[in-house]
Structures are given as structure tokens and as C-alpha cells.
Design a protein around this ligand. Structure first.
Ligand SMILES: Cc1cc2nc3c(=O)[nH]c(=O)nc-3n(C[C@H](O)[C@H](O)[C@H](O)COP(=O)(O)OP(=O)(O)OC[C@H]3O[C@@H](n4cnc5c(N)ncnc54)[C@H](O)[C@@H]3O)c2cc1C
Ligand SMILES: *[C@@H]1O[C@H](CO)[C@@H](O)[C@H](O)[C@H]1NC(C)=O
Ligand SMILES: *[C@@H]1O[C@H](CO)[C@@H](O)[C@H](O)[C@H]1NC(C)=O
Ligand SMILES: *[C@@H]1O[C@H](CO)[C@@H](O)[C@H](O)[C@H]1NC(C)=O
Ligand SMILES: *[C@@H]1O[C@H](CO)[C@@H](O)[C@H](O)[C@H]1NC(C)=O
Ligand SMILES: *[C@@H]1O[C@H](CO)[C@@H](O)[C@H](O)[C@H]1NC(C)=O
Ligand SMILES: *[C@@H]1O[C@H](CO)[C@@H](O)[C@H](O)[C@H]1NC(C)=O
Length: 517
């Protein structure tokens, strides 16, 4: 089964597609990544809200920040675009500030994608995703100062996917064989290990087999700090860029006064007049794009930060899996047991960021709610699952309590939080210019654009999705009749009136059943 459908099926089981998620809720659960909040960025507001700009970006997560970065970097340096980023809550308080921190492309989706979108486009997706770790590392090197780079922790890791039944493992091995045959540049970065050797490498007694990707594509970061430090760097370099937090967008309207055809973006703090609007609002995008309620749905997911047992190796001290020694950046897992669970080891503290349990199960709250405290059954899973993966002998004793810190518990569990992810009805991200019959608004001097909705797989998608979108926006700025997309950009990700008119897409993956209900 494809990774994304853990989310899709879970959210469909309780909430049908087609609902208005509203604005992001006040006082969301506090994610460990946000401790402490970035003192300069978290609550930043301009002295006066910009009144007239070229581009308004709605949302300050990895997508909005990527779009701003690429537009400013690749656009005119003499007359940089005037870009106003607006955010409903604190900076980077959506999915990006709450996720697992993985940058882990899973190229066997190529085999699922091929019959749906064709081999060439499926290959573009696999290659685009595989590029992400090195592109993030490059961006950190080029844009962040030494402190920002240190904080962002963009790093290569021992990245392992592990299976616990022969059937599930063999299915992936077969798919990876196809990848090795048809996309050798990507396939050669993957090593398959089974049996005792896999158990020795993982320290997990129940493992049947593992797939390991090389440090070329397998990495991780501290997403909140990468994003907020990137915003700080852009604000410093480009006076034409602004960030206004606690400034939700309430409505967008067309305005043709003064012979100009522009958008009025109505926020809680006033109206911003603009030529372009970029919807980088993640799971909340349908609130301002009500015709897309059927195409974008939400999944609430739980995460935790926990101490490892005292026999669990520190970063850099695991059995080597990729290359000759274990990575100093630590180890990360995708664990395919009953649920898909994740583990990312932090390089400095050794803490585990853990995720898993089924979204929607036992929950009484809607899937766009990241404010209500964690669900007890899922919290129990996060509190207790890791020793069951490693076995109690490999796990060892609990580590000593940590010193008091606000919002951090002293025992094994340091923090628990929830996040809301955006899921698309056909599983592909939504990137490109929105047709005016979808938005119901038109401004001849610009357009409304969307970027996001990665269906669970955002970190290896967002940065290059943002690069693709900014290329298209810059080509529209040059008045090119047709938008130009980079030749590496997958067609399946680009929005069109035709794609958005389909209420539902039946997958050809037989394991998925009928998602059109
Ligand atoms: C718990 C969890 C775990 C995850 N784990 C992983 C993982 O391990 N690997 C991976 O690749 N991906 C993972 N993801 C997915 C990944 O985090 C997302 O795909 C990605 O962060 C989306 O980024 P974004 O910028 O598009 O959206 P977001 O980060 O959600 O940003 C959207 C922003 O828009 C703001 N906003 C919304 N509406 C408005 C409005 N009307 N006005 C102003 N602002 C508004 C929101 O407040 C938010 O800050 C996970 C997601 C979650 C929730
Ligand atoms: C947005 O503005 C339009 C035009 O003024 C209006 O019809 C609509 O009701 C507004 N929507 C909201 C959510 O305020
Ligand atoms: C259109 O914009 C002008 C100039 O900013 C403003 O005065 C006017 O109120 C706006 N019209 C509407 C209908 O909002
Ligand atoms: C591992 O060590 C061998 C022998 O020293 C060397 O040839 C090889 O290049 C090393 N591989 C990596 C990935 O460092
Ligand atoms: C734009 O694209 C269409 C369809 O691909 C093509 O027919 C047309 O010639 C293109 N126009 C320009 C100016 O490139
Ligand atoms: C928009 O127009 C396209 C045809 O160009 C049509 O297929 C689609 O249904 C329309 N969408 C809406 C929301 O009206
Ligand atoms: C999807 O497929 C099922 C059977 O597999 C069928 O009953 C249903 O009508 C299809 N839905 C659409 C929208 O194609």
C-alpha cells in the first residue's frame, strides 16, 4: 500500500472529503520543534501592514518560505518583487512546525504512479524527491548564517525502512527491483538487507527485512528552525520582503479601481492590494478556495519527543548501514508494522522524535484540529511503542530525568503534540495557476496560484514544488504567453481546470479499493 493512503484511508473513514476547515485554530498544541520559539520571527509583524505589493503569500511553512526564497533568488535583483507573507498564527506553526523532520523519498511509489501517469512523469517525481536532501543542504549553506545552519541541523542520516512481515517486505523488494532496472540512478542508492543481518543493523528483533537509502537522498532537519532562519535571512537580504504573523487572511476579492485589475487580500489587520496571490496555506487552503473542498482534505496526526533507553546508541554509534560507519547525524526509521510509524534521532540530545498510530482512530475532533490535546490511545502508542520495536533488552533502562524546562516533561516522554496535514484526492500535490472559475475571482494584472497538499510526503516535495511554481510565476511576470515549467517538473502535479473538475480519481492500485465515495 502506498504511504499516502495511510492518511487518506484514515481520514476518509471518519470524515468525507468536502468540508471547510476554517482558519487555523488559536492556541495549537505546542510542538517540541517550536521550543523555544524563534525570538525574532515567531510573532513578527511589520510596523504597518504593506498596502500594495506584487505577491501575497498566504502561509509561512516550508512551502510559502520556499516560494518566497525562489522568487527572490531567481527574480530580478535590480527590482526584487515586493512580497508580503502573511500567517494566521505564529510563524511556521502549521504542519511544517509539527512534522517528523524526515527528508526521506520513497521511490517505490514509482511503480504505483507508472500506470496512472506514465513512466516518464513517474520518473520525474522520483527524481525530484531524491534531489531534496541535497537541495536543502545547499540552501542552508547558501542562505543561512553559521548559527542558523547549526540550528537547522540539515544532515545526512542512516535512513532505514523496516518491515515486519515477509509479504510486506517482499512487495517492496519487488518494486525496488523495478526501480533499480528502470531508474538505475536512483535504484543504485538503495540496499536491501534481510534476515539476521537486518536485525543486527536495526537492533530490532522483529524485523524481517530493511531497505536503506544512501546519504545522497536520506536526510533530516529541524524544520521549524530551517524555515524561521530562512525567513530571517530573506528579511535581512531583501527589504521588499515582509512577514506578518497573527494576520489571518479572511477573504480575497477582485478590485479594478484606478484602471488596475488587482486582488484585495483582506486580513485581520487590513487590506493588501496585490497582483498575485500564492495559496501556501496547507490543509487550510480550501477555506479561501471553497471550490476545492472536494480536492483537499485534512488528516490530524500525532507526534512525540521521547528519551531513548540507555542501551540505544547515540548518533554516530549505530551499526553502519550506508557506507563504512554510522552517520554522525544519527538514525531515522520508517517502521512498517501495523501502522506506519516514524523515528528520527536528534544528533545533539539523542532524543527520538516519534510519530505513528492511526489518525482519526478514536478521535472525536475534526481532522483540522491541532488545538485539542492529544488523543489518549494514540499518546499511549507514542509513549510505549519504541521499546516494543527494539525489544526490552536492547532498549535498556530509562535515562535520567531532564532538568526542568517549560513545556517539556522530565521523564521518557518529553512532549506530545498534533499536526494537520493536507491530503489531495488524487494523491498528487497541487501546484500552479488556479483557473478563475475555481477561485471565482479574477485580476487581469496577475493570478492566484497554489502550492502544496503533498499527502503526507511534504519534506521531499515542497522545496522543488516551490521552485517549480516560482519559475512559472516569473515566466508569467515576463508576459510569456505560456507559463514555463522546468523540464524536470512532473505534469501530474500541475493544476488545470480539467484536473480540478474531477470530483474523485479512482486509483489503479488494487490495494486501495474505491476511494470515490
Ligand atoms: C504530524 C505530521 C508529521 C509529518 N511528518 C512528515 C515526515 O516525516 N516527512 C514528510 O515529508 N512530511 C511529513 N509531514 C508533512 C509535511 O509536514 C507537510 O507536507 C508540509 O509541512 C506542508 O508544508 P506547507 O508549508 O505546505 O503547509 P504548512 O506548514 O501547514 O503551512 C501552512 C501555513 O498556512 C497558515 N495559514 C492557513 N490558512 C491561513 C490563512 N487563511 N491566513 C493566513 N495563514 C494561513 C497556517 O497557519 C500554516 O502556518 C507531516 C505532517 C504532519 C502534520
Ligand atoms: C468575501 O467577499 C465577497 C465579496 O465582497 C463576499 O461576497 C463574501 O461573502 C466574502 N466572504 C467572506 C468569507 O467574508
Ligand atoms: C478598491 O480599491 C480602492 C483603492 O485601494 C479602494 O478605495 C476601494 O474601496 C476598493 N473597492 C472595494 C470594492 O473594495
Ligand atoms: C568503505 O571502505 C572501503 C575500503 O576501505 C572503500 O573502498 C569504500 O570506498 C568505502 N565506502 C564508503 C562509502 O566510504
Ligand atoms: C502555448 O502552448 C500551446 C499548447 O502547447 C501552443 O500551441 C502554443 O503555440 C504556445 N504558445 C506560445 C506563444 O509559445
Ligand atoms: C471550470 O471550467 C472547466 C472547463 O474549462 C470545467 O471542466 C470545470 O468544471 C469548471 N469548474 C468549475 C468549478 O466550475
Ligand atoms: C470507482 O471504481 C468503482 C469500482 O472499482 C466504481 O464503482 C465507481 O463508480 C468508480 N468511481 C468513479 C468516480 O469513477
Amino acid at each position: 500500500m502506498r504511504f499516502q493512503y495511510f492518511f487518506v484511508v484514515a481520514s476518509l473513514s471518519q470524515y468525507a472529503f468536502a468540508a471547510d476547515p476554517g482558519l487555523p485554530m488559536d492556541n495549537p498544541t505546542i510542538s517540541f520543534w517550536q521550543l523555544p520559539p524563534n525570538p525574532d520571527l515567531a510573532d513578527l509583524q511589520s510596523k504597518t501592514l504593506p498596502r500594495d505589493v506584487d505577491v501575497v503569500i498566504i502561509g509561512s511553512g516550508i512551502t510559502g518560505t520556499g516560494v518566497a526564497r525562489w522568487l527572490l533568488r531567481d527574480g530580478s535583483q535590480e527590482r526584487p518583487l515586493r512580497i508580503a507573507m502573511v500567517e494566521a498564527r505564529q510563524s511556521c506553526s502549521g504542519a511544517t512546525g509539527r512534522n517528523a523532520g524526515h527528508i526521506r523519498p520513497l521511490p517505490w511509489d514509482y511503480v504505483v504512479d507508472k500506470p496512472i501517469i506514465g513512466a516518464a512523469d513517474a520518473a520525474k517525481i522520483a527524481r525530484l524527491k531524491a534531489r531534496h536532501y541535497s537541495e536543502y543542504a545547499k540552501a542552508a549553506k547558501e542562505d543561512l548564517d553559521a548559527d542558523g545552519r547549526d540550528a537547522a541541523e540539515v544532515r545526512a542520516m542512516d535512513s532505514i525502512d523496516a518491515w515486519f512481515t515477509d509479504d510486506a517486505f517482499n512487495e517492496v523488494v519487488q518494486k525496488l527491483e523495478v526501480v533499480k532496472q528502470e531508474l538505475p540512478d536512483i535504484g543504485k542508492e538503495w540496499t536491501i538487507i534481510s534476515g539476521d543481518e537486518a536485525r543486527e543493523k536495526t537492533l530490532m528483533p522483529g524485523v524481517v527485512g530493511i531497505a536503506v537509502q544512501s546519504v545522497k537522498s536520506g536526510g533530516a532537519m529541524w524544520p521549524y528552525r530551517f524555515v524561521t532562519n530562512m525567513q530571517a535571512a530573506l528579511l535581512k537580504k531583501y527589504p521588499s520582503f515582509s512577514l506578518d504573523t497573527h494576520t489571518p487572511v479572511l477573504n480575497i476579492t477582485s478590485n479594478t479601481s484606478g484602471g488596475q485589475s488587482r486582488f484585495d487580500v483582506e486580513t485581520s489587520r487590513g487590506i493588501i492590494r496585490t497582483r498575485h496571490v500564492v495559496h501556501a496555506a496547507g490543509a487550510w487552503a480550501p477555506h479561501l478556495l471553497r471550490n476545492l473542498e472536494k480536492q483537499i482534505t485534512q488528516a490530524r496526526w500525532h507526534m512525540g519527543a521521547t528519551a531513548a533507553g540507555d542501551r540505544i546508541p547515540d548518533a554516530g554509534h549505530w551499526p553502519a548501514v550506508s557506507g563504512n560507519s554510522s552517520q554522525p547525524g544519527g538514525r531515522e526509521f520508517g517502521l512498517w508494522r501495523d501502522y506506519y510509524s516514524t523515528l528520527t534521532q536528534l544528533p545533539k540530545s539523542g532524543l527520538f522524535i516519534v510519530g505513528g498510530g492511526v489518525a482519526g482512530e478514536g478521535e472525536e475532533v475534526p481532522p483540522w484540529d491541532d488545538h485539542t490535546p492529544v488523543e489518549p490511545v494514540i499518546a499511549s502508542y507514542l509513549n510505549g511503542m519504541m521499546p516494543t520495536f527494539f525489544g526490552y533488552d536492547n532498549w535498556g533502562a530509562e535515562r535520567p530525568a531532564t532538568p526542568p524546562q517549560e513545556h517539556v516533561y522530565p521523564g521518557r516522554t518529553k512532549a506530545l503534540w498534533t499536526g494537520v496535514d493536507a491530503i489531495s484526492w488524487d494523491s498528487y500535490p497541487l501546484v500552479g495557476a488556479l483557473p478563475t472559475n475555481v477561485t471565482g475571482r479574477e485580476a487581469k494584472d496577475g493570478a492566484e496560484w497554489i502550492c502544496g497538499v503533498y499527502s503526507g510526503d511534504g519534506m521531499p516535495s515542497a522545496w522543488m514544488a516551490a521552485k517549480g511554481l516560482s519559475t512559472a510565476i516569473l515566466s508569467a511576470e515576463r508576459n510569456e504567453a505560456n507559463q514555463t515549467w522546468p523540464e524536470w517538473f512532473p505534469n501530474a502535479w500541475i493544476v488545470s481546470a480539467e484536473r480540478l473538475s474531477k470530483p474523485c480519481v479512482n486509483s489503479t492500485d488494487p490495494s486501495l479499493g474505491n476511494l470515490c465515495q
